[in-house]
Structures are given as structure tokens and as C-alpha cells.
Design a protein around this ligand. Structure first.
Ligand code: DP6
Length: 325
């Protein structure tokens, strides 16, 4: 039996950075994101009689830490479905892997959705979100379309994402790609280092709780200006917490900062645009769909070397008819 699912990356507006439980991936903070309509990952899971799970990503066999993460999702699906067979997993990414473009979020959301279906587990979206979380925390949010909030929770049961309604202007996310290189420090390692060594981590956690509530209220009110301002605050505070780690973690490059500055200038010209960045130098700019072209024009006038991709709110993870694994 083969099941195939597709999922899209999401970009956090209120960031997740730091875990309180590394094994179950229970985050230190809740977070809120926008699922995009670009760079999907498609994953097929086939239940097999093999002696071990086999995982292939973009045509290459996966081993080590990454395949362990896949196995932790498969193990959870086996546990919940009461089955013991192994699986063959074949995944195709359309986003530059590990360049801070949330490829793991799409990958593990697609994996959870395909694996649950292949093993005959009838899981609702909340359960899929909890399963996807075992592979990568941010994947819990890519189960859902559009705006989603991941409630930090305190255990496996209570740590899941859920969709939030957005009645404000149609949203776009302009992705400014300044580098597609694999990052030097994985977000998992950087997160752990921040938790263990940064004197700013406690302040990050405390301030995130307040910010998440403010942002959730602004989402409910359809208030893009407040959501956007809080988006920039969350990103910069997250990066500040990493700057304080030993040794420091710095994902933002000179080009990233130039993009943040340009976004600020666009705002003073009356364009509603707000910058954010994750575990890499690429910058994502939240804006109104009807102003996305102006945002691209404004950014590329100052930073012509970057590649610009305009994304909109995208669909949640779902089963598709795929070619067999
Ligand atoms: C900066 O979800 O990739 O993108 O749970 O260790 O797999 P793991 O981390 P991951 O971290 C994402 C961090 C972030 C912010 C965010 O997406 O909220």
C-alpha cells in the first residue's frame, strides 16, 4: 500500500526557537505562521516487508540524523496504528534544502500525512500535527492552510497546531533568496546552543508568550499592521537570543540586513511590508497580495543580486494521487 502526500513550507510570524523537551519536540514558546503556496514537498510511503525502513530524498538514500528523524515519525505512526511493518519513503523537495526556507516543515508534514494514510491510521488534523511535530517542530504548522498557531503545550497531547481565521487583506510573502547554500549550523544545533548558553534565552521565552497573544488578537482583528510589526519584533528577538549564544550563532548576512533596512524604507513610502528571517540569510517579507509587485520592485532596486519569489497563503498537507514509491 502506497500513500502520497504533498505539503508546503510555512514561515513563522511569531517564531519557535528552543525546546523544553528535545525528544518529543515540545517547544519553549508557542508560535504562529503562514503556510505558503510555493516549494511543496511530495512524499510517498509504502508499507514494506523489508527488515528496515528505507528513506530516499531527492533521489539519494538518507542516513544518520535525518533518517532518524524520519524514523521517529514512522515509529509514532506504527505505535498509534498498532502495526510493526517497515516503510519505504520517497520524498521530492522543490525548495533548496536547509537554506532557511523551512524545507523540513513541508517534508515532515507530508511524511506524517502519507505515513498515517499508508498504515491505515485514521488521524484528524490535530493528531497529524502532533505526529509531524516529532520530525520537526515547525512541521506541526504545515498541516494547516494559511495562518496556524502552534500551542506550545506541556506534553505530546497538548502540543499541536491549529488553524486561525484571517479576514484581513489577502496576504503575500515575498521570499528574497540571497543564498541557497546549506547552512553551516543546523537550526536544531543552534537552538540547543541558544537554550544552553545564551543569557538572553529566558527573556526570549518570556517576551514570546506576550507577543504570541498580541499577534493572535491582531490576526482575529485582521490587523496586518500589528501582525507585521510583531513579526519583525519576533524575528529580531529570536536572532538576538542566538547572538548571545556561545559560540554565537549568526544566520543574518549583510544582504539580510540590507533587506530589513529596505523594508523599513518601503514602509515609510506607504507600502505595508514587514521582514522576517529564519535559520539562514534569506529574508521573507510579509505584505498585502496587491502590493507584492511593488515590494519586489522596491527590494530588487536596492538588492538586485537576490532572487525574488512571490508566495501567497497556501494549502494544508493533503493526500494526492502519486506515482508509487
Ligand atoms: C527559525 O522546526 O526546523 O524556522 O524542531 O529542531 O526540527 P526542529 O526545528 P525547526 O525550527 C524552525 C525554526 C525557525 C522558526 C520557526 O519556524 O518557527
Amino acid at each position: 500500500m502506497t500513500s502520497t502526500a504533498t505539503a508546503h513550507p510555512n514561515i513563522a510570524l511569531a517564531k519557535y526557537w528552543g525546546k523544553r523537551d528535545d525528544a518529543l519536540i515540545i517547544p519553549a514558546t508557542g508560535s504562529l505562521s503562514l503556510t505558503l503556496d510555493v516549494f511543496p514537498t511530495t512524499t510517498s510511503v509504502t508499507v514494506s516487508d523489508d527488515a528496515a525502513d528505507a528513506v530516499e530524498l531527492d533521489g539519494a538514500a538518507l542516513a544518520g540524523e535525518e533518517s532518524n528523524r524520519v524514523r521517529s515519525v514512522l515509529d509514532r505512526v506504527r505505535e498509534l496504528s498498532g502495526r510493526t511493518e517497515k516503510a519505504r519513503v520517497v520524498s521530492v523537495n522543490t525548495v533548496p534544502t536547509a537554506a532557511g526556507l523551512a524545507s523540513s516543515a513541508a517534508a515532515f508534514a507530508a511524511l506524517a500525512t502519507a505515513a498515517a494514510d499508508a498504515f491505515g491510521l485514521s488521524a484528524d488534523d490535530r493528531m497529524l500535527s502532533r505526529i509531524a511535530r516529532r520530525g520537526s517542530g515547525s512541521a506541526s504548522r504545515s498541516i494547516f492552510r494559511g495562518v496556524a498557531r502552534w500551542n506550545a503545550g506541556t506534553d505530546d497531547e497538548s502540543s499541536y497546531a491549529e488553524p486561525l481565521a484571517w479576514h484581513g487583506p489577502a496576504l503575500a510573502m515575498v521570499v528574497a533568496i540571497v543564498s541557497s547554500k546549506r547552512k553551516a549550523v543546523s537550526s536544531r544545533t543552534a537552538m540547543r546552543r541558544t537554550v544552553e548558553t545564551s543569557p538572553y534565552f529566558a527573556a526570549w521565552v518570556a517576551s514570546s508568550a506576550t507577543l504570541l497573544e498580541q499577534m493572535s488578537d491582531a490576526v482575529a482583528a485582521g490587523d496586518l499592521e500589528t501582525v507585521g510589526e510583531l513579526t519583525e519584533q519576533s524575528a529580531l528577538r529570536m536572532h538576538a537570543s542566538m547572538f548571545g549564544a556561545v559560540p554565537p550563532v549568526r544566520y543574518l548576512s549583510a544582504a539580510s540586513l540590507a533587506l530589513f533596512d529596505t523594508v523599513l524604507n518601503l514602509r515609510s513610502d506607504g507600502i505595508e511590508a514587514y521582514a522576517t528571517a529564519d535559520a539562514g540569510p534569506n529574508v521573507k517579507v510579509l505584505c498585502r497580495s496587491d502590493q507584492a509587485a511593488e515590494v519586489v520592485a522596491g527590494l530588487s532596486a536596492v538588492i538586485p543580486d537576490a532572487d525574488y519569489v512571490v508566495a501567497h497563503a497556501g494549502p494544508g498537507a493533503h493526500i494526492v494521487d502519486g506515482v508509487g514509491a
